[in-house]
Design a protein around this ligand. Structure first.
Ligand code: SF4
Length: 321
C-alpha cells in the first residue's frame, strides 16, 4: 500500500471513529457522510481503492454497506492522527489494528452527581494499547481547532502526562502561560505547589496522571467557557476511559464542571467522594487558588488526608507550631 493510500485509509477510519462508529458492519449515516467528506477533502483516489479493498468504502448508503460488510469485521482504530504524523497503515490483507476503538462519546450521557454511573464503559486495555491510543489521540489534539478564540493564540497543546495506567488522575482546569510554552500540565507556580502537595501526601508526580479540562490555554488565562469544555470533552473522556483510574482529584470548579457536570462550589462538594464511572472523585481547591488564598491550604490538606486514608498512606503527625 502506498503512503497516499495509507493516509486515505487512516483518514477514513478516523472520520468514522470521530462520528462514533465503532464497527464496520453497522456504520451510522453520519459516519458514512463524514468519511465521504474526508475523502472529498483529501481527493485521494487511491485511498478510495484501498477503502474498497478493505470493504469500508462509504460511497454507498449505510444500508447497502450493512448488506455487503463481512460478518466479522474488525473494530476501527481509535483516534485521528494528523496527516503529517501518520505512520504506515497495515496492508489490506492483515487484520485491522488490535487497539480497541476509542470511545469519542461526547453525545453519550455522562455520570453526574445526579445519575451516578458507577462503572467504566469498556474493558481495561493492556498498557501498550493504552499508550498507542494516547499517541493517536495526542496527534488529534494537536490538530484540533475547535475553539476558535483559543487556537490562534496557543503555542502548544497540553495533552496530559503520566502513566496511562495510573491509579490516580489529577484533573485541573486549563493550561496557563508556562504550560502553553512547555506543553505539559501544571509546570508553573501552581504546578510546583501541586508537586509539594503530592509529596506531602506520600505521592509523586511520576505515579499520577495529570491532565486538564482543556488542552489549550484560554487567552489571558480566562476561565474556560462551557462551550470550550464541551469541545474538549471527547478528549478528556477518552483519556479517563483509557486510564480507568481508581481516583480522580478535581482541582477547582472548572474540573468539577467537566468531570461531575456540577456547578456546585468546591466548598460544598469537598470532604466526601463522588463518582465518575468507575472512579471515586475527590474535590478540592485549585493550587492557583491556594496561592492566592493560603488560608485554604489547610482545607486542601484535609482533603488530601481523606485520599491518603483511602490509599492506606500513613498520615504524618501535625507539625508543632
Ligand atoms: S481546547 Fe480542546 S477542543 Fe479546544 S481547540 Fe484545544 S484541543 Fe481542541
Amino acid at each position: 500500500m502506498n503512503s497516499w493510500a495509507s493516509l486515505a485509509a487512516k483518514q477514513l477510519f478516523q472520520a468514522w471513529a470521530h462520528s462514533g462508529v465503532t464497527h464496520i458492519p453497522n456504520p451510522r449515516e453520519e459516519g458514512v457522510r463524514a468519511a465521504e467528506k474526508w475523502l472529498e477533502q483529501w481527493s485521494v483516489d487511491s485511498g478510495v481503492e484501498v477503502a474498497k479493498s478493505l470493504g469500508v468504502f462509504p460511497g454507498e448508503s449505510a444500508a447497502s454497506l450493512n448488506k455487503t460488510a463481512p460478518a466479522t469485521s474488525p473494530a476501527l482504530p481509535p483516534a485521528a492522527p494528523s496527516p503529517a504524523s501518520i505512520s504506515p497503515a497495515p496492508a489490506p490483507s492483515t487484520p485491522a489494528p488490535s487497539i480497541p476503538a476509542a470511545p469519542m462519546r461526547s453525545s453519550s450521557p455522562l455520570p453526574s452527581l445526579v445519575d451516578g454511573q458507577t462503572h467504566w464503559s469498556e474493558r481495561p486495555l493492556e498498557l501498550a494499547a493504552r499508550n498507542e491510543r494516547f499517541r493517536l489521540l495526542q496527534a488529534e489534539v494537536a490538530a484540533c481547532r475547535k475553539c476558535t478564540e483559543i487556537v490562534c493564540r496557543r503555542q502548544k497543546t497540553v495533552f496530559g502526562v503520566g502513566p496511562s495506567n495510573a491509579r490516580i488522575v489529577m484533573f485541573g482546569e486549563a493550561p496557563g502561560a508556562d504550560e502553553d510554552r512547555v506543553g505539559e500540565p501544571f509546570v508553573g507556580a501552581a504546578g510546583q505547589l501541586l508537586d509539594k502537595i503530592l509529596v506531602a501526601s506520600g505521592l509523586s508526580r511520576e505515579e499520577v496522571y495529570i491532565m486538564n479540562a482543556l488542552r489549550c490555554r484560554p487567552p489571558n488565562n480566562r476561565t474556560p467557557t462551557e462551550a470550550e469544555i464541551e469541545n474538549c470533552r471527547p478528549f478528556f473522556e477518552t483519556q479517563l476511559e483509557t486510564i480507568q483510574p481508581e481516583y480522580i482529584v478535581c482541582w477547582g470548579a472548572v474540573a468539577v464542571r467537566a468531570v461531575l457536570r456540577s456547578t456546585e462550589s468546591v466548598g460544598r462538594l469537598r470532604g466526601k467522594f463522588h463518582t465518575y464511572r468507575g472512579a471515586k472523585v475527590m474535590v478540592t481547591y485549585h493550587p492557583a487558588y491556594l496561592l492566592r488564598n493560603p488560608e485554604a491550604k489547610r482545607l486542601t490538606w484535609d482533603d488530601m488526608k481523606m485520599l491518603m486514608r483511602e490509599l492506606g498512606i500513613p498520615i504524618p503527625p501535625p507539625k508543632r507550631a
